[in-house]
Design a protein around this ligand. Structure first.
Ligand code: NAD
Length: 378
């Protein structure tokens, strides 16, 4: 029968994505894996049950879908109580939110389950096709640029019309990682004049290659694994001065700055917001991790001194069709490490990608920060 892989319907509020899409199910069933999908799992992202059935999946109720499955693929893991109903040893893969979703970690631990966290997949070239953080950040960056455009009362492109000439809007992107670069590319395609900023100097070349200007400080804060490190106080002061000037001149500011495991850096102060022109827009993609802007309220649109400050949550879910498609391809690639060529589950997790991304293994918490947080919370 091959390894049984189960895809439950997502239950987290507002979550529209699904872990596998029919196209990927077809590929997996052909490779000898048995795929079970809960009825309606893909409906919110516009994948109907019939498409899953046609792709070779067994579509049915939640309990029989999960019962006895070797691997459960999710976007957000099931609630703690439900995790404990899974058979010991079951593998759960998803955005386990290491160090923060302690309920999921505790559920995996108590149920003697194994959990792989897609956030912990290392950013090495062999794992590129599994990089769910990148695929979903691509979606979020695109959506952020669209939100900026629709919230703004200005055109983005330059226009020469009988009713006069319109100057292009100025868009500023703070943080030029995966989401920031996609926001830059999207704003450029809409015809805006775009500036980008990042503390990693390597980002400069990427920003410029997209036709945007790179704002540069005389620092390079590239830390471990290609991620940013936190700035010193003196560096923060330099940054504040440069950012304040750029923010005041921008029509739309999109912030995407993050430091793994830390609160998002505060880049835009309330004072800077007050100095923006009325009608300007800030889209804060770091709303979930504390916000890059002092005025941001997660999940809300705040209007302050005539400036709309948008703090969207889970933007990837808004573009659920393609976000799910990309995520499903990431998971299918990751499954290649968990299931062998005959469709059987591998007996041990020796691969370096598995070692890095395992949060809990058969009830043992393997991720140090999560273990510490669980210890502290009892
Ligand atoms: P992220 O979401 O952790 O952070 C977003 C951006 O914010 C980063 O570019 C970071 O440098 C920047 N930032 C942090 N503090 C800042 C500050 N004070 N001011 C301005 N910007 C600030 O990052 P990410 O998008 O996940 O990407 C992180 C790194 O990983 C990048 O170097 C990216 O190129 C790299 N990456 C590598 C691979 C791969 O090799 N497979 C895949 C994806 C990303």
């Amino acid at each position: 029968m091959g390894t049984v892989v189960a895809v439950p319907k997502e239950l987290a509020p507002g979550e529209r994505r699904v872990a596998l899409v029919p196209e990927v199910v077809q590929k997996l069933t052909k490779s000898g894996v048995t795929v079970r999908v809960e009825t309606g799992a893909g409906v919110a992202s516009n994948y109907v049950d019939e498409a899953y059935t046609a792709a070779g999946a067994v579509v049915g109720d939640r309990a029989p879908t999960l019962a006895g499955a070797a691997i459960v693929l999710t976007v957000v893991p099931p609630a703690r109580a439900e995790l404990q109903t899974l058979a010991p040893g079951t593998i759960v893969v998803g955005f386990l939110n290491p160090g923060r979703n302690l309920d999921a970690a505790a559920g995996l631990r108590d149920g003697k389950l194994t959990g792989f966290s897609v956030e912990l997949i290392p950013r090495i070239s062999r794992a590129q096709s599994m990089d769910a953080l990148s695929s979903q950040a691509t979606v979020a960056g695109y959506r952020a640029a669209l939100i900026g455009a629709t919230q703004s009362s200005k055109f983005l492109p330059m226009l020469t019309t009988a009713a006069g000439t319109i100057r292009p809007a100025k868009v500023l992107i703070l943080g030029a990682g995966v989401a920031g670069l996609m926001a830059i590319a999207t704003a450029r395609r809409m015809g805006a004049v775009v500036e980008g900023y990042d503390v990693r100097r390597a980002a400069g070349e990427q920003v410029r290659s997209l036709g945007a200007k790179f704002l540069e400080l005389q620092i390079n804060a590239e830390g471990q694994g290609g991620y940013a490190r936190e700035l010193t106080d003196a560096e923060k002061a330099q940054e504040r001065e440069m950012v304040a000037k750029a923010v005041a001149e921008a029509d739309i500011v999109i912030t995407t700055a993050n430091i793994p495991g830390k609160k998002a850096p505060r880049l835009v102060t309330a004072e800077m917001v007050a100095r923006m022109r009325p009608g300007s827009v800030i889209v804060d993609l770091a709303a979930e991790t504390g916000g890059n802007c002092e005025v941001t309220k997660a999940g809300e649109v705040v209007v302050d001194h005539g400036v709309s400050v948008v703090g969207p949550l889970n933007l990837a879910s808004d573009l659920a069709f393609h976000a799910s498609q990309m995520y499903a391809k990431n998971l299918s690639s990751f499954l290649g490490l968990l299931v062998d060529a005959k469709g059987e589950r591998v007996p041990t997790f020796d691969d370096e990608i598995l070692k890095a991304s395992v949060l809990v293994e058969a009830g043992e918490v393997r991720h140090e920060p999560t273990r510490a947080a669980l210890g502290a919370s009892g």
